[in-house]
Design a binder for this molecule. Structure first.
Ligand code: TYD
Length: 139
Protein backbone atom coordinates (compact mmCIF):
# COMPACT_ATOMS: atom_id res chain seq x y z
CA UNK A 1 0.00 0.00 0.00
CA UNK A 2 -0.84 2.66 -1.19
CA UNK A 3 -2.48 1.47 -4.39
CA UNK A 4 -0.30 3.78 -6.51
CA UNK A 5 2.57 1.42 -5.65
CA UNK A 6 0.82 -1.46 -7.49
CA UNK A 7 2.50 -0.75 -10.80
CA UNK A 8 2.95 -2.70 -13.99
CA UNK A 9 6.52 -3.94 -14.50
CA UNK A 10 7.80 -4.51 -18.03
CA UNK A 11 10.49 -7.17 -18.30
CA UNK A 12 13.12 -7.26 -21.00
CA UNK A 13 12.36 -9.32 -24.09
CA UNK A 14 14.86 -10.69 -26.57
CA UNK A 15 13.18 -11.55 -29.84
CA UNK A 16 14.69 -13.32 -32.80
CA UNK A 17 13.32 -15.63 -35.48
CA UNK A 18 13.51 -18.55 -33.01
CA UNK A 19 11.01 -16.88 -30.67
CA UNK A 20 10.86 -14.48 -27.74
CA UNK A 21 12.81 -14.77 -24.49
CA UNK A 22 12.06 -12.87 -21.28
CA UNK A 23 14.01 -13.01 -18.03
CA UNK A 24 13.63 -11.67 -14.53
CA UNK A 25 16.21 -11.11 -11.78
CA UNK A 26 15.24 -10.58 -8.15
CA UNK A 27 16.36 -7.22 -6.79
CA UNK A 28 16.77 -5.91 -10.32
CA UNK A 29 13.64 -6.24 -12.46
CA UNK A 30 11.45 -6.87 -9.41
CA UNK A 31 12.04 -4.89 -6.18
CA UNK A 32 12.69 -7.89 -3.90
CA UNK A 33 14.64 -11.11 -3.77
CA UNK A 34 12.50 -13.92 -5.17
CA UNK A 35 11.99 -16.59 -2.53
CA UNK A 36 9.06 -18.47 -4.07
CA UNK A 37 7.46 -18.99 -7.46
CA UNK A 38 4.02 -20.52 -7.94
CA UNK A 39 1.64 -20.76 -10.83
CA UNK A 40 -2.03 -21.33 -11.49
CA UNK A 41 -3.06 -23.45 -14.47
CA UNK A 42 -6.03 -25.61 -15.48
CA UNK A 43 -8.09 -22.71 -14.13
CA UNK A 44 -11.83 -22.88 -15.01
CA UNK A 45 -12.81 -19.69 -16.87
CA UNK A 46 -15.38 -18.78 -14.19
CA UNK A 47 -12.91 -19.27 -11.32
CA UNK A 48 -12.28 -16.54 -8.77
CA UNK A 49 -8.88 -16.66 -7.07
CA UNK A 50 -7.21 -14.49 -4.50
CA UNK A 51 -9.70 -12.84 -2.19
CA UNK A 52 -7.07 -12.08 0.41
CA UNK A 53 -4.21 -9.78 1.37
CA UNK A 54 -0.87 -10.37 3.08
CA UNK A 55 0.79 -8.63 5.98
CA UNK A 56 4.33 -9.01 4.74
CA UNK A 57 4.44 -10.40 1.22
CA UNK A 58 5.26 -8.66 -2.03
CA UNK A 59 4.40 -10.31 -5.31
CA UNK A 60 4.61 -9.73 -9.03
CA UNK A 61 1.88 -11.48 -11.02
CA UNK A 62 2.18 -12.42 -14.69
CA UNK A 63 -0.09 -13.94 -17.32
CA UNK A 64 2.41 -16.32 -18.92
CA UNK A 65 -0.31 -17.48 -21.26
CA UNK A 66 -3.84 -16.21 -21.91
CA UNK A 67 -5.29 -13.41 -19.83
CA UNK A 68 -7.16 -12.55 -16.64
CA UNK A 69 -8.26 -9.56 -14.60
CA UNK A 70 -6.68 -8.61 -11.31
CA UNK A 71 -8.40 -6.14 -9.01
CA UNK A 72 -6.27 -4.52 -6.31
CA UNK A 73 -7.68 -2.67 -3.33
CA UNK A 74 -5.78 -0.74 -0.64
CA UNK A 75 -8.85 -0.22 1.55
CA UNK A 76 -9.54 3.21 0.02
CA UNK A 77 -9.57 2.57 -3.70
CA UNK A 78 -9.87 -0.35 -6.12
CA UNK A 79 -8.13 -0.62 -9.50
CA UNK A 80 -8.44 -3.20 -12.24
CA UNK A 81 -5.67 -4.44 -14.48
CA UNK A 82 -5.95 -6.87 -17.35
CA UNK A 83 -2.84 -9.00 -17.70
CA UNK A 84 -2.30 -10.57 -21.11
CA UNK A 85 1.36 -10.03 -22.05
CA UNK A 86 3.95 -12.43 -20.55
CA UNK A 87 6.47 -9.58 -20.40
CA UNK A 88 4.29 -7.42 -18.15
CA UNK A 89 3.62 -8.17 -14.49
CA UNK A 90 1.70 -6.38 -11.77
CA UNK A 91 3.56 -5.57 -8.57
CA UNK A 92 1.28 -6.20 -5.57
CA UNK A 93 2.53 -4.65 -2.37
CA UNK A 94 1.90 -5.65 1.24
CA UNK A 95 -1.59 -5.00 2.65
CA UNK A 96 -3.28 -4.99 -0.75
CA UNK A 97 -6.47 -7.01 -1.20
CA UNK A 98 -6.42 -8.80 -4.57
CA UNK A 99 -9.01 -10.68 -6.58
CA UNK A 100 -8.28 -12.50 -9.83
CA UNK A 101 -11.01 -13.55 -12.25
CA UNK A 102 -12.10 -13.51 -15.92
CA UNK A 103 -9.53 -16.17 -16.82
CA UNK A 104 -9.27 -17.00 -20.50
CA UNK A 105 -9.22 -20.64 -21.55
CA UNK A 106 -5.77 -22.10 -20.83
CA UNK A 107 -4.54 -19.06 -18.88
CA UNK A 108 -1.39 -19.54 -16.81
CA UNK A 109 -0.79 -17.14 -13.91
CA UNK A 110 2.75 -17.06 -12.52
CA UNK A 111 3.52 -15.33 -9.24
CA UNK A 112 6.96 -14.26 -7.99
CA UNK A 113 6.90 -13.85 -4.23
CA UNK A 114 9.22 -12.28 -1.69
CA UNK A 115 8.66 -14.88 1.05
CA UNK A 116 8.04 -18.61 1.41
CA UNK A 117 4.46 -19.71 2.02
CA UNK A 118 3.22 -18.80 5.49
CA UNK A 119 -0.50 -19.24 6.14
CA UNK A 120 -0.18 -16.85 9.12
CA UNK A 121 0.73 -14.07 6.69
CA UNK A 122 -2.69 -14.25 4.96
CA UNK A 123 -5.58 -11.92 5.74
CA UNK A 124 -8.60 -13.74 4.35
CA UNK A 125 -11.35 -11.61 5.92
CA UNK A 126 -12.09 -8.24 4.28
CA UNK A 127 -13.02 -6.48 7.55
CA UNK A 128 -9.79 -7.73 9.14
CA UNK A 129 -7.96 -6.38 6.08
CA UNK A 130 -9.54 -2.93 6.50
CA UNK A 131 -8.53 -2.95 10.15
CA UNK A 132 -4.96 -3.95 9.25
CA UNK A 133 -4.69 -1.11 6.69
CA UNK A 134 -5.53 1.37 9.44
CA UNK A 135 -2.81 -0.08 11.65
CA UNK A 136 -0.24 -0.03 8.79
CA UNK A 137 2.49 -2.56 7.94
CA UNK A 138 3.87 -4.66 10.80
CA UNK A 139 7.49 -4.08 9.79
P1 TYD B 1 -4.40 -19.57 -2.06
O1 TYD B 1 -3.25 -18.66 -1.76
O2 TYD B 1 -5.65 -19.44 -1.25
O3 TYD B 1 -4.77 -19.47 -3.60
P2 TYD B 1 -5.17 -18.19 -4.50
O4 TYD B 1 -4.70 -16.97 -3.79
O5 TYD B 1 -4.46 -18.40 -5.77
O6 TYD B 1 -6.63 -18.21 -4.71
O7 TYD B 1 -3.84 -21.05 -1.94
C1 TYD B 1 -4.62 -22.20 -2.22
C2 TYD B 1 -4.05 -23.36 -1.42
O8 TYD B 1 -2.70 -23.65 -1.78
C3 TYD B 1 -4.05 -23.12 0.07
O9 TYD B 1 -4.46 -24.33 0.73
C4 TYD B 1 -2.62 -22.82 0.40
C5 TYD B 1 -1.84 -23.60 -0.64
N1 TYD B 1 -0.58 -22.94 -1.02
C6 TYD B 1 0.62 -23.49 -0.63
O10 TYD B 1 0.68 -24.53 0.07
N2 TYD B 1 1.78 -22.87 -1.00
C7 TYD B 1 1.78 -21.74 -1.74
O11 TYD B 1 2.87 -21.19 -2.09
C8 TYD B 1 0.52 -21.17 -2.14
C9 TYD B 1 0.46 -19.90 -2.95
C10 TYD B 1 -0.63 -21.81 -1.76
Amino acid sequence: MPIEDCKLIDLPAISDPRGDLTFVEGGNHVPFQIRRVYYLYNVPVDSERGGHAHYDLEQVIFALSGSFRITVDDGRERREHWLRDPRTGLYVDRLIWREIDAFSQGAVCMVLASQPYHEADYIRNYDAFLKATKEGPRT
